[in-house]
Ligand binder design. Structure first.
Ligand code: NDP
Ligand code: OXD
Length: 309
């Protein structure tokens, strides 16, 4: 019984040794040294190469080293009927909570403006509105979005959320479905995207979408780069309909050096660090899910391949 590990990171060996300790009964092999492909029953992957998983004909499940599974489902030759398990957990949620609260507070308190004023040795004591006067909208009310929305509400923000289905969450004004998107956007000063990438959410944030936000709104995208139509964002920043964008995820990662986002005065780029999974805590989640799967116990993180998340 063997597991194949495919990661696009220098931390691959760290992951391998951790998973091996957590799963002593399963031989953890690296993608570049698969041995006999027929031994492989489990694949633990981040962005596996197109068609690459097909070579493992005894594959029983595929684990995404991340909460998102778009990078797995993107494989047009993904073996049929093999369950896909995503990786979540309290650490992942905690890190995203920190990221979202950090940047919402940064925008709310005008930290970028203060930094610019400091560069000009300019003493600018602005009075910022109270958090209760700042309307934050969180798109996606799943594990990460619901937690971030609740944390923002506990900081006093006026928070709404938008999801596919109807939700009832204390202190969050919940909207759902395409029919309620315009109302949700119209009441949003700071928009946080924590959606999964699916056929329905691909390129959701485009020109028309931005026009539904109030003038001067800011966006924070920690979902996926494909949620955003980049040129439409640049245009909305240029016309000052949008005030700023904080972007953690991109259509091409790493973001190419010549990309206009890097040097844009109204864009903050972070390198897909909203919530990084680490081999210790993430490894424990993966091992627990795999052991549950092997023992035929229910695995909460098996995704719906049809739905795409
Ligand atoms: P979940 O699957 O738990 O939640 C997804 C949420 O999105 C649900 O509320 C779902 O609605 C909603 N949703 C899905 N499709 C639509 C749609 N068409 N219209 C409206 N709402 C929709 O995901 P997580 O919260 O765990 O993660 C969300 C995403 O965050 C991941 O898929 C990944 O892309 C990204 N991510 C980014 C990280 C980073 O470091 N930047 C780290 C981890 C994740 P409903 O509740 O009705 O089903
Ligand atoms: C994830 C991610 O999906 O890191 O977990 O983006």
């Amino acid at each position: 019984m063997a597991l194949i590990l495919h990661l696009r990171t220098a931390r691959e060996l760290w992951w391998q040794s951790h998973l091996q300790k957590l799963l002593p009964e399963i031989e953890c092999r690296l993608w570049r040294e698969p041995g006999n492909p027929d031994d492989i029953e489990y694949a633990v992957v981040w962005r596996p190469p197109e068609g690459g998983l097909q070579q493992f004909r005894n594959l029983k499940c595929i684990v995404s080293v991340g909460a998102g599974v778009d990078h797995v489902l993107a494989d047009s030759q993904l073996p049929e009927g093999v369950p896909v398990i995503r990786t979540t957990g309290t650490d992942l949620t905690q890190r995203m909570r920190e990221y979202v609260c950090l940047h919402v507070l940064r925008l709310h308190r005008g930290l970028d403006r203060q930094w610019q004023a400091q560069c000009a040795a300019d003493w600018q004591p602005d009075i910022t509105p109270l958090a209760s006067q700042r309307r934050v909208g969180v798109m996606g009310l799943g594990k990460l979005g619901a937690d971030a929305a609740a944390s923002l509400a506990s900081l006093g923000f006026d928070v709404a959320g938008w999801a596919r289905s109807s939700h009832h969450i204390d202190r969050i004004d919940c909207f759902h479905g395409d029919a309620q998107l315009a109302d949700f956007l119209a009441r949003t000063d700071i928009l946080v995207c924590l959606l999964p990438l699916t056929a329905q959410t691909d390129s959701l944030m485009d020109r028309e979408f931005f026009s539904l936000l109030p003038k001067g709104a800011s966006i924070i995208n920690a979902g996926r780069g494909e949620h955003l139509v980049e040129q439409d964002l640049l245009d909305a920043l240029e016309t000052e309909h949008l005030a700023s964008a904080t972007l953690d995820v991109f259509r091409t990662e790493p973001l190419p050096k010549e990309h206009p986002f890097w040097a844009h005065p109204k864009v903050l780029v972070t390198p897909h660090v909203g919530s990084m999974i680490d081999p210790e805590t993430g490894g424990r989640e993966i091992a627990r899910n795999l052991l549950d799967f092997i023992a035929n116990r229910p695995v909460a993180d098996v995704i719906d391949r049809q739905r795409g998340y």
